[in-house]
Every structure is written in C-alpha cells, then in structure tokens.
Design a protein around this ligand. Sequence first.
Ligand code: HEM
Length: 506
Amino acid sequence: MDLLLLEKTLIGLFFAIIVAIVVSKLRSKNFKLPPGPIPVPVFGNWLQVGDDLNHRNLTEYAKKFGDMFLLRMGQRNLVVVSSPELAKEVLHTQGVEFGSRTRNVVFDIFTGKGQDMVFTVYGEHWRKMRRIMTVPFFTNKVVQQYRRGWEDEVAHVVEDVKKNPESATNGIVLRKRLQLMMYNNMYRIMFDRRFESEDDPLFNKLKALNGERSRLAQSFEYNYGDFIPILRPFLRGYLNICKEIKQRRLQLFKDYFVDERKKLANTTKSMDNNSLKCAIDHILEAEQKGEINEDNVLYIVENINVAAIETTLWSIEWGIAELVNHPEIQKKLRDEIDSVLGVGVQITEPELNKLPYLQAVIKETLRLRMAIPLLVPHMNLHDAKLAGYDIPAESKILVNAWWLANNPATWKKPEEFRPERFFEEEKHVEANGNDFRYLPFGVGRRSCPGIILALPILGITLGRLVQNFELLPPPGQSKLDTTEKGGQFSLHILKHSTIVMKPRSF
Ligand code: HEM
C-alpha cells in the first residue's frame, strides 16, 4: 500500500474523529433525532449493524426501536419507516420534501450524476424526464400497441418448452428462457427489436453488462468509501471498473440500438405515421427539439434496462415457485382460465380483467415476495420533520414496504400464500397504492410508472404457463426451495428453480 496515502489517511481519520465528535455534540443540541442504536464517532452504527440491511433485518430493528428509527452509517443518516401512517407521510403528504433519491459515488458514475430519471433528485430535470418518458412507455396506448408482442413472446416460450423433452421429465430452469422473453418484451417497446434465441451474441453481451452494472451498484464492497469519505481514495480501483462498465454499456446502447434506429428513421418516411413509432423515436424527437441531450437519451435506455426487466422477471419467478408449491392454487387458477376462456383458448391481454383469481395470485405474489421490498431509497434535500422528529438534510429514507404488507398486526396470517385474501378481508386492496399497507410499486410522485406494463405482462405470462402446463417440482422433490436472496435492493429467489412442465393435451 502507498505509505504516504496511509499516513495521510490516518491523520485525516484522526481529525475526522475530532470533527465528528464536535459536530455530533453541536447537532444533538439542535436536533431531536429519531430513536436508534447509540452511534460511535466516525463509524456511527455501521460496525454494530453491518452491511446487510435487508427487509427482515430492518424489521427486527423496527420491533426494537419503533416505526421510525435512525441508523448512522458512518457520515450518512439512514431513516427507516415501518408503518402505513409514516409511509403515507413520506410518500404522499410530504412527497415533495422526501421525493429525491440518495446519491453516492458509484450511482453518480452509472447515472452521470443524476442525468437519468430513476435516481435523480426531485425537481425540474426529473419532471421533464418523467414527462418525456410517459407517452412512449407508460400509457394504456403502449399496452395496446405491444400486448400482441408480449402474447407472441410467451407463445414462443410455450413452444420452446414443449420442444424440449427434458422439460416434462427432469425439468428445466425456466427462468433462463423467461429472461429472454422479458428482454424481448422491453426491447420491442424501446427499439422494435427482439433477440432470436438465448445464444444471440448481442443479447448475451447486453445481459452480461447489465448484470455487471447491477452487481457493482448493489455491492457492499464500496460502503466504506461511501460512509467514510476520508477513505474514498481507496475506492479508486473499484470506481475505475464502474466507469469502464458504464462506458461500454452506454456505447453498446448507442452503437447497436439508438444509432441503428436513427439510421432507419432517416431512410424511411414511415416515421411520420404515429402508430409505427417505438419508444426511442419519441425520445429522439425530444432530443431534436432540444428538450434533452444525447446523454439523457442513453440514460433513459439505461433506466429501462435496470428498472423494467429483472423486477418483472423476479416477480414471474416467485409467482411460478408459489404455484408449484401450492398445487391446489395452481389448479384453481387453471380451472378459472378454462371455464372463462374455454379449454385451450390462449389468454390475451383483454381477457385479464375477466380473471379475478389470476389477479389475486399476482397480488399475493407481489405481497409476500415483494421484488423491491424497501422501495427505491428516497431522500430529503433539506432538513425536514417527520412525526415530531428532525430528519437532517440528505438522509436516506427507506420505507419497509415488505413489512407493511407482512405485519401480522395488520394482515391475517401474512406468512401464508393465500390469494383468497384479496376476495375476502382485503377485497378493496389494489396494487396501485390505494392502501398504505400494500405498496409493491410505491405510491405518489416517485411511484413506479411501469405498473401499467408490469401487471399485464405478469398476467399474460403466468396465465399462459398455467393453462398450457402442469407445473411441478423436479423428481424426488416435494417442494421448490424458496429461500430468499437480497432484500436491500431487490428480493429474489436464492436458487433458480428447476421446474417440470407437463404439457396439457387439449
Ligand atoms: C413487477 C415489476 C415491477 C415492480 C415490483 C416495480 C417496483 C418499483 C418500485 C417499488 C419503485 C420505487 C417506488 C418508490 O421509490 O417510491 C419503482 C420505480 C420505478 N419503476 Fe418499477 N417496478 C416494476 C416494473 C417496472 C417496469 C416494467 C418499468 C418500466 C417499463 C418500471 C419503471 C420504473 C421507473 C422508471 C421507476 C422510477 C420512478 C421515479 O423515480 O420517478 N418498473 N418500481
């Protein structure tokens, strides 16, 4: 290690400790901070609580410190809220005050310091980006334009599974095929493009770079440099890798997709026809009008890659696992589809609202296996007040949405996968945030605009699989292993399940 750097760091650390003690003494005089474990200088609570602040660990802290508590992670404040009333305050009543996103050195690289939409602060830029993205992505017109594409993609999945003799005997890891389907669902909307097979080299390049971006952004490895700024010089190597991945990824979006579409637009007149436009054509129009720049265009593509594909895929994967582990629910769902549509008549999007049990299965999956259990972290740009406590400016605010939807004080036997609850005691609860106990997509200004696409994609996919196959655990296993992984950013299944898929004969 560079000795001079080490010496400088130790001197810096010493002064940081003195400054931290003085600042914390000054601050505690002025601020009434939320309860929480007692912090030590410089490290705060970090050494006590560790890195893995997933939804379950944070639930345990909530039981100890209350519905709102504060953790000091080095120099950063982390406020966790765990009641529907406080969630309402953060996301709705004080939605402007708490409507920003936290930034850190790694996210700054991947978002070009907030030139995107998902991770930018609440303000003019966010409003403009959200407006520009709405028409091409988040309207019912988009659903109607692309739903046949989604139906076609899942029909290909069904066909491929039927062709593979392994699927009906030893089983297959269905997720791999569904991942291709989800990329195709979103790349059709963005660029009117699809990938032919799991072996497509461009698809694999894209998948690898997206995977690497998620791993680097969600790793705990860089926490020390984020929590204790004086240690940041040691992150140089890590940040250089992030910069390289970011560069390669944006270049790939540009060279293979955005520029290709620009060329096509220059050679055809058909772009005048609104109905043939895909999302990027609308976004490029906004660029031409000078509303956004070329980088913003690429960050929009980046955001859709991050926010849309894996989230929906995790939810599909959880839904399938629950249906395999609850054959009686799977059968009830199949019976509903058979009786409403007729045996073998393939589900399409317009039928989804005639299938209430399918919708209840989706809601229950999103409740018990919430894909983003702490929402995307919120942040207050300025000092704020919450339930009588002071929240220092730039605190990271986590809403433990998973606990809101799984708290036995407010839900009947929440640990059970029971779609029927949405016909019985929870019949008024919808996924759009009409009840602050159930926020799988958040609610308010920063809520998920993709809900309008995610719900029909989930419905078409789960519906088609159940109506075409009997879904079973692999030979010798009575249930799938549903051990969870993650939770701090996203909640997924630890081991991608092998599933036996017996085709039904019609
Ligand atoms: C089952 C699938 C999905 C789930 C569970 C989900 C969930 C969420 C959640 C919890 C948030 C954060 C809300 C908050 O911070 O208060 C979010 C934000 C977002 N989601 Fe989704 N999402 C899904 C699918 C999608 C899809 C398909 C798209 C796009 C096509 C999308 C685009 C976005 C965007 C752009 C944001 C950021 C909104 C903002 O910051 O203003 N999501 N999503």
